[in-house]
Design a protein around this ligand. Structure first.
Ligand code: ZN
Length: 165
């Protein structure tokens, strides 16, 4: 069967950037499963997978706009160290989650200059053109429960505790 909305597709991928440097790969772990049409994977890759079937291999180049977005300068802020409270060990590269007026976001410290701490809330791959090398491993119909939840259950899917009935 072909990948379409309301299907669960399973695939292996290797992700590299423009220079060919490896960013991520599923090859050393379980393949990834996702509910097609639900926006769980980057838009450019989801589009390229539509109509594919098990055994298909494809190379997909995804521009930032269809990937993790462009790097947005307004997501970079310089704050007083006081903002972080006492005791917090801050070094360049420290990651933390913070409540903002755009919801909870993951930020990384990119610069420390005396009392001034620069943090960046862009996705680490924002502004990066993504090169996916993909092999489709399987396609099946999503279950009614998966469609209701909007994500995949079982192998390769979301592992979350469902409330006991
Ligand atoms: Zn669920």
């Amino acid at each position: 069967m072909q990948i379409a909305d309301r299907c669960v597709a399973t695939f292996h991928y290797t992700l590299t950037d423009d220079t060919g440097a490896a960013l991520d790969s599923s090859r050393d772990r379980e393949p990834l499963s996702y509910l097609h049409g639900s926006g769980q994977i980057v838009a450019g890759l989801e589009r390229a997978l539509a109509g594919r079937q098990a055994g298909d291999q494809l190379q997909v180049v995804v521009a930032p706009v269809d990937g993790y977005g462009e790097h947005q300068e307004e997501l970079v802020q310089t704050l007083s160290r006081r903002t972080f409270g006492g005791g917090a060990e801050l070094t360049v590269g420290t990651r933390f989650r913070a409540d903002t007026n755009m919801g909870q976001m993951t930020m990384v410290v990119t610069k420390i200059d005396g009392d001034q701490v620069t943090v960046d809330a862009n996705h680490p791959l924002a502004g990066t053109t993504l090169h996916f090398d993909v092999e489709v491993m399987g396609v099946r119909d999503a279950s009614a429960e998966e469609l209701l939840h909007g994500h995949v259950h079982g192998a390769g899917g979301q592992s979350h505790g469902h409330p006991a009935k």
